[in-house]
Design a protein around this ligand. Sequence first.
Ligand SMILES: [Zn+2]
Length: 405
Amino acid sequence: MIDHRKLGRELDLFVSDPLAGAGLPIWLPAGAAARHAVEEYVRELERRSGHQHVYSPPLGKRELFELSGHLGYFADDMFPPMRLSADDEFVLRPALCPHHALVFRARGRSYRELPLRIAELGGMYRSERSGVLGGLSRVRAISLNDAHTFCAPDQVGEEVVEILGLIRAAHAALGVRPAGFRLSLRGPGEKYVGDDAQWARAEELLRAALAGVAYVEAPGEAAFYGPKIDIQIVDAAGRESTISTIQLDFDKPERFDLSYTDSDGSRRRPVMVHRSLVGSMERLFAYLIEVHEGAFPAWYAPVQLVLLPVDDGQAGAAADLARRAVDAGLRVEVDVAGSLGARVRDAARRRVPYLGVLGAREAAEGAVSLRLRNGRTLPQMPAPAALTLLSEQVAARAHDPLPPA
Ligand SMILES: [Zn+2]
């Protein structure tokens, strides 16, 4: 069976070292390269859709998380506070929302700024029990693709619909195939904040945004502060988890006393929409490694092109082409060690999308012969044409190695 932990080891994507601690994986250069490409894509998608990015620290004073409600409702999932002195305690944050509420509150806000979309790929922590941890799918240190939209009440519906569109775009680019949509509602016996009217209003808004979408209802799966739309994936072992989420929150704006000046000069309370397009980088990659069986689309493959000089005579030409490929923005390696057959097999094992073979004829003519990951070989072509082909496929975030014929 496909298992991202096994593939992660074979492809040198990440390592889980017991000395670092369970649920605290380390991203190796290949995994980090792929993650960088994905992060850049997501940041650009967000920038184009009106998000503003911030940085905030992954820990904060105890009082911040008392105010947010996390210590009251979510403490079981948090690491214990760290005491520096009797009146100075810090906690590792379990969510980014409290910091983003402070971003909104950093100065006076006008209705003209709404919807205000604050985004961050930020660190947060969950004190998962060691028994449930595994690879990247369940971790204690989480890098979340997160954003909070502060909007006027009558903007919520449109905002949710727009976020659903962004989620679909991100899924298509990455190759995420959702297993289903879920409307997560309150359940019995859990702790929730807010009154019934708020919950009913939020639920109604989410149902309206889901018009025309097939979804299931999941009582008991809501956040403690509001209902949410969850987009589910199923991993290779058949386990279901949430990859994307949109959550409505009328509570945190109250707790943080957030307000904006409306067009008539009155003070109004914004609604907070929490959303993640692709979830945490850890869970996303656990899924992507399995769904692509390690063969990522070229745009986020750790190494996009391996150049193979047939013998020492072409080493100079290969090094020169590699420099030009790096300048063109590609991730490239030159492999000179061992027989050509062994090097081709090694690149195939590493799921490298493009191989460039340089024999005496290619080197003499300034050309290269491309081999694709599926084993197909292309006729020899001028090296600049090969670099253009690869750059265009990467820029288009194509899933196929070649443009449509
Ligand atoms: Zn949040």
